[in-house]
Design a protein around this ligand. Structure first.
Ligand SMILES: Cc1ncc(C[n+]2csc(CCOP(=O)(O)OP(=O)(O)O)c2C)c(N)n1
Length: 537
């Protein structure tokens, strides 16, 4: 006879989920007791970081990933990360401890009151099983929910006295044996219609969203663009959490701006816009204008029914985006005579900041581009340098870029650790603003503890630069709390035990980056002071 705990580990093993990201409390100890040798427990020191590391790991492996949280306060701390994970469509299976069943009614200490409500509405499914014997089946349901499109977090609360109970052998065996798959091709008639619309269009465009990379649709997107001579845009950086098309491809025209008016203005030369794997659109800020220029029509291909339903304009087809793209390649004819976009100008050497006592953000990003290995992965949370980074790196391989689709800070520094754990063979570089770094700063400890060789590059501008920029846009003068004087992230990192230092000049930065990226025995942190402001070029 096996216990509920043993049955659960068997279930996780059967799904290849042998890495658990967690932060333990007394309510989780019974689950973690006699921890099996073939499992790895990755300790994060605060729950936002635990979820962020798992989010990076889940996205980079493409597999459901287990997060184990402490009861109510742990789940509470994690909610920002869960919000990020749902926006990233990250398949997280989140379990949390709970008071023993005999003490729940009286709400003894650490009872997670209304446990299923806590993580809502940011999980696909939230549950507390009625009986101990149902725990393996509940976790199996969470695995399937998390893995089915649109992927995202699912949550199970588990009373701590459940783990020792005896499992029901037959029911448990049946649940462990089950496999659920759900890559659903978009409807043939709808795809044929899009194929005809593409073929008949005068100047069609393809907009590539994050789900193209997540679904493995990169090659099909390139094939469709080339066969139909499409002009290709990346979804706006705001929700463009992954890159799904080579940014040095001659048909790549650039990144869409994130606001309503500028999007329609940018797309006005196109009579048909096919958006794949993105919401339509992750707008921010509010700059009103027409949703689309007159004469432009739009159709979106998405695996997410909610994305399809809420788009303010255009048609939508729901189904797996990689399958949809591959089928479209078969359906469309070769386009002979469409003009291709103007070649995107190569980034030029950025001018020095004024005064030149610090590098400009663009100079720092140019230094990064100079040393960028072709197989490197960028995990990015640097609001004022994001556009410059995208312009200068021009990433061109699948799985090379992770950014939080929600805009919630605390993702980057933690996700970089998870991505690097998932992809030990590729160098991971995490580019952070010094303000953003604070939200998940304890991830540095996990990076060091597990010898995860991420290179952290911190851009120190002594301010929340992007908020000052938004302030100009929103015409809000006199806002407090936008300066960050004296925040030395390198010193903090040394406190966590990391090799970390500050560099100032361009050459010094280049050398430091080269050394850190080449090191494979653990994390390194480089901090560089940069001039105030937003860096777009
Ligand atoms: C969890 C969370 N809290 C607050 C914000 C609001 N916010 C957006 S950008 C930003 C500033 C980030 O500062 P820094 O990393 O130094 O970037 P900079 O703009 O200076 O490049 C803040 C506080 C957020 N996005 N997420």
């Amino acid at each position: 006879m096996s216990s509920v705990r043993e049955a659960t580990f068997e279930l996780l093993r059967a799904h290849g989920m042998t890495t658990i990201f967690g932060n333990p409390g007394s309510t989780e100890l019974p689950m973690l007791a006699d921890f099996p040798d073939d499992f790895t427990y990755v300790l994060g020191l605060q729950e936002l970081v635990v979820v962020g590391m798992a989010d990076g790991f889940a996205q980079a492996t493409g597999r459901p990933t287990h997060v184990n949280l402490h009861t109510a306060p742990g789940v509470g701390n994690a909610v920002g990360g869960i919000f990020n994970a749902q926006a990233n469509k990250s398949p997280l299976v989140i379990t949390a401890g709970q008071q023993v069943r005999p003490q729940m009614e009286m709400e003894a200490l650490l009872t997670n009151r209304d446990a299923v409500v806590g993580p809502q509405p940011y999980v696909k499914w939230s549950h507390e099983p009625a009986r101990a014997q149902d725990v393996p089946a509940a976790i199996a349901r969470a695995i399937h929910y998390a893995s089915l499109a649109p992927r995202g977090p699912a949550f199970v609360s588990i009373p701590m006295d459940d783990w020792k109970q005896e499992a029901e052998p037959e029911r448990t065996a049946a649940v462990i044996a089950r496999r659920v798959s759900g890559r659903t091709a978009p409807g043939e008639a709808a795809l044929a219609d899009v194929g005809e619309r593409l073929a008949a269009a005068r100047a069609p465009a393809l907009v590539i969203g994050p789900d193209v990379d997540a679904a493995g649709g990169w090659d099909a997107a390139v094939a469709l663009a080339e066969k139909q001579r499409l002009t290709v845009w990346a979804a706006p950086t705001t929700g463009g959490s992954r890159i799904g098309f080579p940014e040095r491809h001659p048909q790549f025209a650039g990144i869409l701006p994130p606001a309503i008016g500028p999007v329609s203005e940018t797309l006005k030369a196109h009579d048909l816009v096919l958006v794949v794997g993105s919401s339509v659109f992750p707008y921010y800020p509010y700059l009103p204008g027409p949703l689309l220029a007159e004469g432009t029509s739009l159709v979106a291909l998405t695996s997410d029914p909610a994305e399809a339903a809420r788009a303010p304009m255009g048609d939508a087809i729901v189904g797996d985006v990689a399958l949809g793209l591959a089928r479209l390649v078969e359906l469309v004819p070769v386009a002979e005579d469409r003009s291709l976009p103007e070649p995107r100008p190569e980034p030029v050497e950025p001018p020095a900041a004024d005064p030149p006592d610090r590098l400009s953000g663009s100079q720092a990003m140019a230094a990064l581009a100079d040393v960028w290995p072709s197989d490197a992965v960028a995990v990015v949370e640097t609001p004022s340098c994001l556009s410059s980074l995208r312009n200068r790196l021009r990433l061109s391989r699948p799985g090379s870029y992770y950014f939080s689709a929600s805009g919630g800070l605390g993702f980057g520094i933690a996700a970089a650790v998870g991505v690097q754990m998932a992809q030990p063979e590729r160098p991971v570089v995490c580019v952070l603003g010094e303000g953003s770094a604070q939200y998940g700063i304890t991830a540095l400890w996990s990076a060091l503890a597990y010898r995860v060789p991420v290179t952290f590059l911190v851009l120190r501008n002594d301010e929340y630069a992007i908020l000052k920029w938004f302030g100009m846009l929103e015409q809000t003068a006199g806002v407090p709390g936008l300066d960050l004087p004296g925040l030395d992230v390198a010193a903090v990192a040394r406190g966590y035990g990391l090799p970390a230092h500050e560099v100032t000049g361009r050459e010094e930065l280049t050398d430091a980056l080269r050394g850190a990226i080449a090191a494979d025995d653990g994390p390194r942190l480089i901090q560089v002071p940069v001039a105030s402001g937003m860096w777009l070029e």
